[in-house]
Design a protein around this ligand. Structure first.
Ligand code: GTP
Ligand code: SPV
Ligand code: MN
Length: 590
C-alpha cells in the first residue's frame, strides 16, 4: 500500500508496534467504504460479526464478546504517571517503566497470525481547534468498525496531522482475552494508552474513555479546559431560542436518555424541542465572549440497549435503525433481528442469547447482557443538533450533576454559586451499574461522574474546577443537581423520568434567567413545588413535595460520609471544599 503519511513519529510508532506484536500484515485504515466493507466481510466470514436482516436493519451487525469481557474493568485500569501522587487515591497506579516492561511482555507476539490495523482518528470535527488526533493500533476488526462509528477516521485525519503533527498513541491487542493479563494503562506524560486482553468497548475503543476523558483530563488541566463525562443538549423554546445544558451522570444513569428526550405532549404542542449535541463526553473551554463552550468529541453513541424502547427513548431506537453494531443483545432467529429486555413485552420465541445459547423469553434468564450496547452513528439520530459539527461548540447556560439515589437526594436543587456547585459535584454518589464489572446497586461516591475517568489526582481535579470558575467569573453556567431515581417504600421510581425530565430542565433554565423564585435550604435553592409543571402527570403536588423534601438527619449522615471520603485527598483537597462542607453541616444543624 502507498504510504499514507510522512509523519515520522507515526511511522516509528507503527514500526515499533509491529516489531513488538508481530502481526502477519500491517493495514492502514484510510476510511474508504470499500476498505471498511471488505473488513466487515472478513469479520462475517470468521463469525466475529453476524449479519442482521438487511431489509429491516440495513448495514447492521451483531457482535458477541467473550463471556468474561462484558464491561469496563476498573480494577485493571491504571494511571501510570511518574509519581504515584499524580494518579491520586482514586486511581490504580503503576510506575511507568515497570508498566511498559510488564505490558511489553504481554504484547510480545500478541498479534501472531493476525492483521494489525492502524486507525487515524480525530476526537472532535477534523480541523476544529478543539479537536485532537489519536492513532489506535489494534488487531480487532470490531474495533476498526466501531471506531469508524464513534470517531472521525481515515485519510482526512492523516492529512490534518501532517508531517509534524502530534497525536495520542494507542495500542490495543485482544491477545488471548485473558482476564488475568487484562490491563488498560494510561501514560499521561507520554500521551500513550496500552490496552490488552479485552474486546469490550470502554476498554478498547481508545478514543472514548481512555483518550477523551483520562488523557484529555490531563491535557485540559494544563491547557485550561475541561474533559467531562457529560451529555450536551439544547432546549428549543417556542420562540426559537435554544439554551444549552451539559449534565454529568455516572455510567448507565441516564445521559443518553436525557440527551435525546422527547418533550411531553403539552410541551411538544407549544413548540418545545430538545436537540442532542452529545450523550457521553463533553470538552469544555471558554469562548471569545468569556462563556464556557462545549463540544462533543465523539461521532456516535455507544449506548445501553436494555430499557431502550419506543416510549423511553424513540430517538435512540431510531439511531440504531441502520449502520449499527449491536453487542451482546439477543438474536431473534425467526427474522434475524435483535431484541433486549425492555425493548417490548414480546421476547422472541426462537432466539440466541448474548452467551450464544438457544434462548426464549420463558427461560427465566436475561437474553441480553445488562450492559449490552449499540454503536450507532450520531447522524442517525432524529434530534441531532444542527450545532453537532460546530467547531466552536455551544455556550452552556447550566451544568447538571446527578446520580441514582433511592433516597437522600431530592429531584432537583441549585447550588448557591460556582464554588458551592463544585462542592455539589464533588459529593456526588450513585448506585453502581452493570457498566463496570463488580457489584451492582451499591452506593459509591463518584465525584462529577468522573471517578473511573479522571486521569490525575482528584484533589487537583477539584482545584482545576475551582480555577475554571474563576476564569469565567460571572459568565459561568449555574450548577444544579438532579435525581430521577428516588423510590417509594415498594421500590418503585416515584418520578416518571425520561421525557418528563424536561419539566425539571425548564425550571433550571428559568433559574438561570432569573425568571423564577426558589426556597433557600441547607443544601441549596429548591423549587417551590408549584413552580414545577406537573400538568398531565399522574403525580400530585404532595408527591412532588415529597420528591423535593430533604431529611436533615439523613443529610447529616451524608455529610459524615463526605468528610470520610474527603480524608482520602489529604492536603490536595482544596480548603474551599472543606469550607463548603462545614457550611453545609452548620446549615443542617441551624
Ligand atoms: P453510559 O453510556 O454508561 O455512560 O450511560 P448513560 O448515562 O448514557 O445511561 P443511559 O441513558 O443509557 O441510561 C441507562 C439506564 O437508565 C437505562 O436502563 C434507562 O432505562 C435508565 N434511565 C434513564 N433515564 C431514566 C429516567 O429518567 N428515569 C428512570 N427511572 N430510569 C432512567
Ligand atoms: C460508560 O461506562 O460510562 C460508558 C460505556 O459510556 S464505556 O464506553 O464502556 O465506558
Ligand atoms: Mn459513559
Amino acid at each position: 500500500m502507498a504510504q499514507l503519511t510522512k509523519n515520522e513519529k507515526l511511522l516509528r510508532f507503527v514500526e515499533d508496534s509491529a516489531a513488538l506484536c508481530k502481526p502477519e500484515r500491517v493495514i492502514w485504515i484510510d476510511g474508504t467504504q470499500e476498505q471498511l466493507f471488505a473488513l466487515r466481510d472478513e469479520a462475517l466470514a470468521t463469525g466475529e460479526l453476524i449479519l442482521l436482516n438487511q431489509e429491516l436493519l440495513p448495514g447492521c451487525v451483531l457482535h458477541r464478546s467473550a463471556l468474561n469481557d462484558v464491561a469496563r474493568v476498573e480494577a485493571r485500569t491504571l494511571i501510570c504517571s511518574r509519581k504515584e501522587e499524580d494518579a491520586g487515591p482514586t486511581n490504580n497506579w503503576m510506575e511507568p517503566s515497570a508498566a511498559y516492561k510488564m505490558l511489553g511482555g504481554i504484547f510480545d507476539g500478541s498479534m501472531k497470525g493476525r492483521d494489525m490495523y492502524v486507525i487515524p482518528y480525530s476526537m472532535g470535527p477534523v480541523g476544529s481547534k478543539f479537536s485532537k488526533i489519536g492513532i489506535e493500533i489494534t488487531d480487532s476488526i470490531y474495533v476498526v468498525l466501531s471506531m469508524n462509528i464513534m470517531t472521525r477516521i481515515g485519510q482526512a485525519v492523516l492529512d490534518e496531522l501532517g508531517a509534524d503533527g502530534d497525536f495520542v498513541k494507542g495500542l490495543h491487542s485482544k491477545a488471548e482475552l485473558s482476564e488475568e493479563k487484562r490491563y488498560i494503562c494510561h501514560f499521561p506524560e507520554d500521551n500513550t494508552i496500552l490496552s490488552v486482553n479485552s474486546g469490550y468497548g470502554g476498554n478498547v475503543l481508545l478514543g472514548k474513555k481512555c483518550f477523551a476523558l483520562r488523557i484529555a483530563s490531563n491535557l485540559g488541566r494544563h491547557e485550561g479546559w475541561m474533559a467531562e463525562h457529560m451529555l450536551i443538549l439544547g432546549i428549543q423554546y417556542p420562540n426559537g431560542d435554544i439554551k444549552y445544558i451539559s449534565a454529568a451522570f455516572p455510567s448507565a444513569c441516564g445521559k443518553t436518555n436525557l440527551a435525546m428526550l422527547i418533550p411531553p405532549e403539552g410541551y411538544l404542542s407549544k413548540g418545545y424541542r430538545v436537540w442532542c449535541v452529545g450523550d457521553d463526553i463533553a470538552w469544555i473551554r471558554p469562548g471569545k465572549d468569556g462563556r464556557l463552550y462545549a463540544i462533543n468529541p465523539e461521532n456516535g453513541f455507544f449506548g445501553v440497549a436494555p430499557g431502550t424502547n419506543a416510549k423511553s427513548n424513540p430517538n435512540a431506537l431510531a439511531s440504531t435503525a441502520r449502520n449499527t453494531i449491536f453487542t451482546n443483545v439477543v438474536l431473534n432467529t425467526d427474522n434475524n433481528t435483535v431484541w433486549w429486555e425492555g425493548l417490548d413485552k414480546n421476547p422472541p420465541a426462537h432466539a440466541i442469547d448474548w452467551r450464544g445459547q438457544p434462548w426464549n423469553g420463558e427461560m427465566g434468564t436475561k437474553g441480553a447482557h445488562p450492559n449490552s450496547r449499540f454503536t450507532a452513528p450520531a447522524t442517525n439520530c432524529p434530534c441531532i443538533s444542527s450545532e453537532f459539527e460546530n467547531p466552536d461548540g455551544v455556550p452552556l447556560s447550566a451544568i447538571i450533576f446527578g446520580g441514582r439515589r433511592a433516597k437522600t437526594a431530592p429531584l432537583v436543587y441549585q447550588s448557591f454559586n460556582w464554588q458551592n456547585g463544585v462542592f455539589v459535584g464533588s459529593i456526588m454518589a450513585s448506585e453502581t451499574t452493570a457498566a463496570a464489572t463488580g457489584a451492582v446497586g451499591v452506593v459509591r461516591r463518584d465525584p462529577m461522574a468522573m471517578l473511573p475517568f479522571c486521569g490525575y489526582h482528584m484533589g487537583d481535579y477539584f482545584r482545576h474546577w475551582l480555577e475554571m470558575g474563576k476564569m469565567v467569573g460571572d459568565k459561568a453556567p449555574k450548577i444544579f443537581n438532579v435525581n430521577w431515581f428516588r423510590t417509594d417504600d415498594e421500590g418503585h421510581f416515584i418520578w416518571p423520568g425520561f421525557g418528563d425530565n424536561l419539566r425539571v430542565l425548564e425550571w433550571i433554565i428559568e433559574r438561570c434567567e432569573g425568571k423564577v423564585d426558589a426556597q433557600e435550604t441547607a443544601i441549596g435553592y429548591m423549587p417551590h413545588a408549584e413552580d414545577i409543571n406537573i400538568e398531565g402527570l399522574d403525580i400530585d403536588i404532595e408527591t412532588l413535595r415529597g420528591l423535593l423534601s430533604i431529611d436533615k438527619a439523613t443529610w447529616l449522615e451524608e455529610a459524615a460520609g463526605i468528610a470520610e471520603f474527603y480524608k482520602k485527598f489529604g492536603n490536595k483537597l482544596p480548603t474551599e471544599l472543606q469550607e463548603e462542607l462545614a457550611g453545609l453541616v452548620a446549615r443542617l444543624q441551624a
